[in-house]
Design a protein around this ligand. Structure first.
Ligand SMILES: [Zn+2]
Length: 598
């Protein structure tokens, strides 16, 4: 149940503060369309639903009675959060040229338009760049209170759950920072109006963890509310508690379902297979799984199979006995033995050689390994977590991966959604990485500019969370001390913007763009034209053009093109060129197309 007595007391003088006037609501109303011919209601490009308030009240009551107050509150809060995120996206579109405040009050105005209740602003301080957010609103006759009181009468706890979720979701999306609204007075508690206050999560005290729990239950069940106890620029702040920076962060439905699976499987000994694109955080989830398991105090050993040359992978995994080959002067433990009692994480499992696959299968089935050049078998107690960004079924079909090993690994597959399909996690991740890199680099950046937030939210993130982490680290380093990270600090290496409405032009201005035009493609197209002209000259024996054509240049171009076609997926790009992924990675690295360690 919700602990009582921790709500902040509002000093009376704030109650009398001047009212904030909202702009006309016509621009928003103009976005609402009833399309009777096909049974749809549209709010801009979002399909809407006209729901009976009483039906919502009944659903709410049933949830409370069947699932308990806590669970029901969580569901309602998150439903509101998603709606708030969607409306914040609308706000950017509808009022892009007005003041930040006019853009921000789309939230309370939509709240009114969508029939939730009347919102009156008591105080709004909203500065995206300086990372300032304070919002105080009064709600009159909100629909949730009406329904709550109808079924449960006046109680001791606030009841505007969906609406608090909405305000938090809207503001977080708007700020690109995690904002939490709390209801400090509520009609369901007998107050004459509901009063809500919103601040950046880190500016609330520890009591915020209670309320945050309803918005992001899976992250918070880790027992470490992100950023709650840590100041935004937590450099050297006394008492700022150290929070592991490698824990998964998110609140989207797909994030929650992954965390649910992780939590389910963690206490067992089952082998787990993480699936998903590069950079979605497979290792982070694996570490979390280990931390939640009974092996938590034993080693977690991670191996990226693609990063180790084929001829070394077996000795790395299973160890070497002295004299196994010339130069093996002493015996060496493999990763299996080092992980004994704990967890071994094998990333990019699809790149293992046939012989290593056989040994891995034996280790999984028999729990024993043999060092290279050793006749003795050794028992190991290791839980294996594997991960891959390729389709192992395809690899099996192509004869590159053992079917029996695939079935052995595929006991408990967990698919992690790419970031572009869970955009509501972006503001949370931005806050998380900003704190992490502020601390790491000893900087005190306040947040992101409005156009940086726009760019982050509209970018397609082909490299997923790892790419975002790199982009924010770059931004933290480039932005002026004490200021905000701007879009040009983030997107400096020709990132392709796909599904978005904005791009950054040469002057660093964010401008609306035709989604089919990409800066990098333009330059590549010129490169393609030049090289292909020379190739055809050579092949067709046309000596008019005496340009030389370099094999190296053609290969570089093909590699880049394949990576682009495969949307950054290296394995898929390798398939396009009929080479293996490790070969592809080697070529990409040797040409500096990707960096070492990627
Ligand atoms: Zn209320």
């Amino acid at each position: 149940m919700i602990p009582q007595g921790h709500l902040p007391v509002v000093p009376p003088e704030q109650v009398e503060a001047e009212k904030v006037l909202f702009p006309e609501v016509n621009d928003l109303m103009g976005r609402l369309h009833f399309s009777t011919s096909d049974g749809r209601i549209w709010l801009d490009d979002q399909r809407m639903l006209l729901v009976h308030a009483k039906a919502l009240g009944m659903l709410r009551r049933d949830m409370i009675e069947l699932l308990g107050l806590d669970v029901a509150r969580g569901f309602m809060t998150r439903m509101g959060y998603y709606a708030g995120v969607a409306d914040a996206q609308l706000a950017r579109k509808v009022r892009p040229k007005t003041s930040i405040r006019d853009m921000f009050v789309v939230g309370p105005q939509m709240h009114c338009l969508e029939g939730i209740g009347i919102s009156e602003a008591v105080r709004i301080e909203c500065d995206v760049e300086r990372g300032i957010h304070y919002g105080e609103f009064i709600w009159t006759s909100p629909v949730e209170d009406e329904e709550h009181i109808r079924h449960f009468s006046i109680g001791t706890e606030p009841a505007c759950w969906m609406q608090i979720g909405y305000a938090s979701g809207f503001s977080s999306e708007f700020m690109g920072r995690q904002v939490l609204y709390r209801e400090v007075e509520c009609q369901s508690m007998g107050h004459s109006v509901c009063r809500i206050i919103g601040k950046l999560v880190e500016e609330w005290g520890p009591e915020a963890a209670e309320d945050l729990r309803y918005m992001m239950p899976e992250t918070l069940q880790m027992g470490v509310p992100p950023n709650v106890v840590r100041p935004a620029c937590g450099v050297g702040q006394p008492g700022a508690e150290q929070i592991p920076t490698d824990m998964p962060v998110g609140m989207s439905p797909s994030f929650n379902s992954v965390m649910h699976l992780v939590r389910r499987v963690a206490p067992t000994q089952a082998t787990v297979l993480f699936l998903g694109e590069s950079g979605v955080g497979k290792e982070v989830f694996s570490r979390t799984l280990h931390r939640l398991s009974s092996r938590a105090d034993k080693p977690f050993v991670a191996v990226n199979c693609a990063a180790i040359p084929e001829q070394l992978i077996e000795s790395e995994l299973f160890g070497v006995e002295r004299g196994a080959y010339t130069g093996a002067l002493q015996s060496r433990l493999g990763r299996f033995e080092r992980a004994d009692g704990g967890t071994l994480f094998l990333d990019e499992i699809g790149t293992l050689s046939a012989s290593a696959q056989g040994k891995l299968l034996r280790a999984l089935q028999e729990g024993e390994i043999e060092r290279l050049g050793d006749s003795q078998t050794r028992k190991v107690d290791v839980r294996v977590i594997a991960a891959t960004n390729v389709d192992l079924r395809d690899e099996v079909k192509a004869g590159r991966f053992r079917e029996d090993l695939f079935f052995r690994l595929n006991v408990f597959p967990v698919r992690i959604t790419p970031l572009r399909e869970r955009r509501e996690d972006i503001p949370l991740l931005m806050t998380h990485f900003l704190s992490k890199f502020n601390a790491r680099h000893g900087r005190r950046l306040t947040g992101f500019t409005q156009r940086a937030v726009d760019a982050m939210l509209s970018y397609n993130w082909p490299g997923n969370i790892r790419e975002m982490e790199n982009v924010i680290e770059r931004g933290v380093i480039l932005a002026p001390e004490g200021g905000a990270i701007d879009a040009p600090h983030l997107f400096t290496s020709g990132e392709r913007f796909t599904e978005q409405r904005f791009t950054i032009n040469k002057d660093g201005k964010l401008v609306a763009m035709d989604p089919s035009v990409f800066v990098t493609e333009l330059t590549q197209d010129r490169e393609v034209e030049r090289v292909s002209r020379r190739v055809s000259n050579l092949l067709l024996d046309d000596h008019d053009d005496c340009d030389k054509v370099s094999l190296d240049e053609i290969e570089t171009l093909l590699l880049k093109r394949a990576i682009e076609r495969a949307q950054g997926n290296v394995a898929a790009a390798a398939r396009l060129l009929g080479i293996t992924r490790p070969q592809m990675v080697y070529r990409l690295k040797s040409r500096g197309i990707i960096n070492e360690g990627e």
